[in-house]
Design a protein around this ligand. Structure first.
Ligand SMILES: [Zn+2]
Length: 466
């Protein structure tokens, strides 16, 4: 074969693939003026317990009352809730609407519309986007203002403020073949290497509609340079001057402390490399920071490393077969990964117990634990399914189910829009963002995977047959 032909073949094997994604959902055509969820167990997210046998009344897009069952239903649409639990619509604290969870050996074009639909299909009615291309996010932001938008309400940061050459650029380079690496780098990295650039980076994002600032203080691969304290401070100070919060991707306790000492408001990915001491947890608690462990990111990476990745039932419903096949052990086994990546994955696997223990240590220290999935932002973090799996993993780490549910509703809602958030709880006057679950998630967290109905702003989200 001629060399130019070889080059073309090599180029095309590294080109992103397109898939035919299922429609999954639609919004009900004409919602009735009043809906009552009758005789239902309600987890309001205001306390750690549920209220039994309640009638929850929704008028227009708003929850107007909850009361012991038996009130007059006159003319209302009635949704029977017996044996089921009504929870606030889920808030995924860590998504990438403009990303794709495909593995590097089967790169796929991101499908933003499908990402959004998959979230809403499982009950994620609000989401915080923590890294993506501003051009695309601005377009999506316009789209979400349309009442017909099939996705969660979301807030975005734009590209991640990162040390030039450091993470995520350093990872993208070893993870994806060119040109996929160049595409991913442009989408996710926003390199700086001077405090003045940090300020300009913040201003630019806010000018483009960003709601918060995301920065990265992490080493992938393990010898990658990390953002020095001076740059972290410059970025966070500028964000705070402008009245927005700063969230940081961290990996170790050292980097987590660097972040909070500069005033970072949320730590993404918890302490996932190395250990966290009780004293360090106390310092994090005293700083007022919240932590989103995203355990599912590392769980999925380990499963791929050990050729035992199996999509959940929910994920099989959400994704086409063509997308899932590359994850199968048969295909996975044939891949060779970059040695630096393997080294990082090996360390992740070795630190699994320490990672779960760190979540419990943080919880015991009183640090708020928020549920984030890294949906479409990390390999195998299939949108929607990864979020539900994260809830299960947080319970496995030792966080009580009620605290996990608060971390998936009220806590991120208040972080995102403030103490007076109009979503994230079930109480009169709040938005009717609701999920009716089959079973009791306080007794069995996997009930969160069994949404019978999803309501967003008073409108039911209907499943569409594939
Ligand atoms: Zn992420």
């Amino acid at each position: 074969m001629r060399s130019w032909l070889l080059a073309v073949v090599a180029f095309c094997s590294a080109c992103p693939a397109s898939h035919r994604y299922p429609q999954l959902i639609r919004l009900e055509a004409s919602p009735p003026p009043v809906t009552v969820f009758r005789d239902v167990r309600v987890f309001t997210a205001l306390t750690d317990t549920a209220l039994e046998h309640q009638d929850v009344r929704v008028e227009g897009g708003t929850i107007v009352s909850l009361a012991p069952t038996g009130a007059d239903l006159g003319g209302a649409r009635v949704i029977e809730g017996s044996g089921k639990t009504l929870v606030p619509g889920f808030v995924d604290f860590h998504v990438h609407l403009t990303g794709s969870p495909a593995p590097p050996w089967a790169v796929a074009w991101p499908d933003e519309a499908h990402n959004a639909r998959a979230m809403l299909a499982v009950g994620i009615t609000s989401a915080m986007d923590v890294g993506g291309e501003l051009d695309r996010l601005e377009k999506l932001d316009k789209a979400q203002r349309d009442p017909a938008w099939l996705g969660p309400r979301f807030w975005y940061s734009g590209q991640i403020v990162s040390l030039r050459g450091g993470y995520p650029t350093s990872m993208v380079k070893i993870l994806f073949p060119w040109p996929a690496s160049a595409l991913a780098d442009k989408r996710f990295a926003g390199p700086i290497d001077h405090p003045l650039e940090a300020r300009a980076a913040v201003d630019w994002r806010l000018h483009r509609g960003a709601h918060h600032i995301k920065l990265a203080i992490a080493s992938v691969p393990l010898d990658a340079q990390t953002m020095p304290a001076e740059l972290v401070r410059a970025t966070v100070e500028r964000a705070h001057q402008k009245g927005v919060k700063a969230v940081a991707h961290v990996d170790t306790a050292v980097h987590a402390l660097r972040a909070v000492r500069a005033g970072v408001d949320a730590l993404m990915h918890g302490i996932h490399l190395g250990a966290l001491t009780a004293e360090e947890a106390q310092e994090l608690k005293a700083s007022g920071v919240v932590v989103s462990p995203t355990l599912v990111v590392f769980d999925r990476a380990e499963k791929l490393l050990e050729f035992r990745f199996v999509p959940t039932d929910v994920e099989r419903r959400l994704y086409p077969e063509s997308f899932l096949v590359p994850f199968s052990p048969e295909v996975n086994r044939q891949q060779t990964l970059d040695p630096q990546l393997l080294e990082w994955l090996g360390k992740l696997r070795a630190d699994r117990d320490a990672r779960l223990a760190a979540v419990k240590t943080l919880y015991d220290a009183g640090v708020p634990i928020l549920a984030g999935s890294d949906g479409a932002g990390s390999i195998g973090c299939l949108v929607g399914g990864a979020f539900l799996d994260e809830l299960r993993l947080l319970v496995e780490a030792g966080v009580p189910p009620a605290a996990v549910l608060k971390g998936a509703t009220v806590l991120p809602a208040r972080f995102i829009v403030g103490e007076r958030a109009d979503f994230g709880t079930i109480e009169p006057g709040k938005r009717a963002d609701l999920v009716l679950l089959d079973g009791d998630p306080l007794a069995d967290i996997t009930a969160t995977s069994r949404a019978v109905h999803v309501m967003k702003g008073g409108v039911l989200v209907e499943a569409v047959d594939p």
